[in-house]
Design a protein around this ligand. Structure first.
Ligand SMILES: Cc1cc2nc3c(=O)[nH]c(=O)nc-3n(C[C@H](O)[C@H](O)[C@H](O)COP(=O)(O)OP(=O)(O)OC[C@H]3O[C@@H](n4cnc5c(N)ncnc54)[C@H](O)[C@@H]3O)c2cc1C
Length: 472
């Protein structure tokens, strides 16, 4: 692909959205071309900001006719480079102006939100109707519903409510030809042929552009308890998880695991926050319980889980948040670990999942793998234990050269992902494939699955205009 578009092409696309919504200046395009970690930063040739589904449709029709590559972009918070150029010169189509909540129905517990609605705004809209939209991510102030669905986002409430995929009942999608698939159905039950919407969810913009979605809402919990528990080993955390799930059932809304080093990084990064426990433990879990009955019920459930865990020896010490502010502080210690790693220099990331019961074994086997590749590298392991999903990040050794360390990214990923595959896990639990893991998907996915993905891509996007260079 050339880095510049042929003469007249920019003007033709700009005419669809109007000059104000067609960004061509290098400084205007720059923020759309670089992703949060700065790993990819090739400039797009044009950023289009359509204001209607009809404009999206006209853009894709022209793109198909002229074989012009299009990259859909939401809040630009994706962590695998899916929303930014792969070669430079592509057109970025930003969904930010399609940001209306079209309908909200507290009886069917559904909301019809356009792709550009910021996740926090969708949560606020549900809240205003005394409902819960449970998708919760560290990036929720910026990421958008279209991006959430296209990346099948996970986050901290998956244990109880599922990934973005489980929260979506219907979609409106513009196909690469410009045709509009209106599947905005609000049905809990619908067995009429292939489930087309689920091909677009998690497709990372490679099959079409999501313009709106029917989202599921839930009754708002009446009570909440958040506990911070110190433990000796990941095996103890697993035992506590089984206990918590048996006692709380669907009321267990979060079960997050953290290594002591992760907490130390978070405390150093946010000096205004305190270590929740007076003593030190090698591992911690944050337990989040939501009761549909009352505050007392939530607290009682937490107390029963913790008392049993301490009595049986797999929980060391524990604190239950005594106020909303303390709940927030506990959650911030968990949510900001990634950011807190920045001052420690380069960090090589792994967003993996293994069957929940295999988490202790994975942690035990992964540490010597890391040490063999970069002696002294510091594992910062944390994640959504209840979903079997770990962010197995590895910070550079103290005093090491950042660039030299980051040059080990591929080798480290390859070795850790090899272990994950051996343990029947996933090399991308929630962030997707994008550009970052494209090669590894090709190397690790079953050949029949890869071939099916290629055929689906060819059937939906024969001109190959949708987000080329991503996923497959
Ligand atoms: C601080 C931080 C915390 C995070 N925490 C989590 C977490 O806990 N769990 C998690 O899963 N992720 C997390 N993420 C990653 C990211 O926020 C999610 O992947 C999010 O869902 C991306 O949404 P977005 O609107 O920013 O999409 P973008 O980054 O803009 O795009 C993501 C992908 O979707 C495609 N896309 C975007 N909009 C559309 C559309 N309308 N139609 C078709 N394709 C589209 C893009 O082409 C790209 O491939 C985090 C990121 C940050 C920076």
């Amino acid at each position: 692909m050339s880095e510049t578009l042929p003469p007249g092409r920019i003007e033709a696309f700009a005419a669809i959205v109007g000059a104000r919504n067609a960004l061509t200046g290098a400084a205007d395009i720059a923020p759309f071309s670089v992703e949060p970690r700065g790993l990819y930063c090739r400039p797009a040739s044009l950023v289009l900001r359509p204001g209607s589904v009809a404009e999206v449709s006209a853009i894709l029709k022209l793109a198909s006719q002229t074989r012009t590559p299009i990259i859909p972009q939401g809040g630009n918070t994706g962590l695998v480079g899916g929303q930014v150029p792969a070669t430079g010169g592509e057109i970025i189509l930003s969904l930010s102006r399609l940001n209306a909540v079209r309908a909200l129905d507290p009886v069917s517990n559904t909301m019809v939100a356009e792709a550009g609605v910021v996740l926090q705004a969708a949560r606020d809209a549900a809240d205003a109707a005394d409902r819960l939209f449970p998708l919760a991510l560290g990036s929720q102030g910026s990421c958008q519903i279209g991006g959430n669905l296209s990346s099948n986002a996970g986050g901290t409430q998956v244990l109880a409510y599922g990934n973005a995929r489980e929260l979506c009942l219907g979609l409106e999608v513009v196909l690469p030809t410009g045709e509009v698939l209106d599947d905005l159905r609000r049905l809990a039950k619908d067995n009429t042929g292939y489930d087309l919407k689920n091909l677009f969810v998690g497709a990372e913009g490679t099959l079409g552009i999501i313009t709106a979605a029917v989202l599921k809402m839930f009754p708002k919990p009446k009570g909440k308890a958040v506990a911070w528990v110190g433990l000796k080993t990941p095996a103890d955390a697993l035992a506590l998880f089984n206990r918590a799930r048996a006692i709380a059932g669907g009321a267990l809304t979060g079960f997050e695991l953290m290594q002591r080093r992760a907490l130390e990084f978070a405390l150093a990064y946010m000096p205004e926050l305190r270590d929740p426990l007076p003593d030190t433990w090698p591992w911690y879990v944050l337990i989040d319980i939501s009761s549909g009955r009352s505050q007392e019920d939530a607290r009682e459930l937490a107390e029963i889980i913790l008392a049993g865990g301490i009595e049986d020896g797999f929980a060391g010490n524990a604190a239950i948040a005594a106020s909303l502010a303390q709940e927030r502080a506990f959650w911030r210690l968990r949510e900001d670990i990634s950011e807190a790693q920045r001052p420690a220099g380069g960090s090589i990331k792994h967003d993996i999942s293994v069957p929940v019961e295999a988490i202790p074994e994975f942690i035990e086997r992964a540490a010597p793998v890391v040490e063999s590749i970069v002696p002294g590298a510091r594992v910062v392991c944390f994640g959504h234990m209840g979903d079997g999903n770990l962010h197995y990040n590895v910070s550079q050794p103290v005093g090491a050269d950042k660039q030299a360390y980051l040059a080990k990214w591929g080798e480290m990923n390859h070795a850790i992902h090899g272990l994950v595959i051996e343990m029947h896990g996933s090399i991308s639990a929630e962030h997707g494939i994008g550009q970052l893991k494209r090669e590894e998907l090709a190397q690790t996915a079953p050949p029949v699955a890869l071939e099916l993905m290629r055929r689906i891509k060819a059937a939906f996007d024969p001109a190959g205009i949708m987000n080329p260079g991503k996923v497959i």
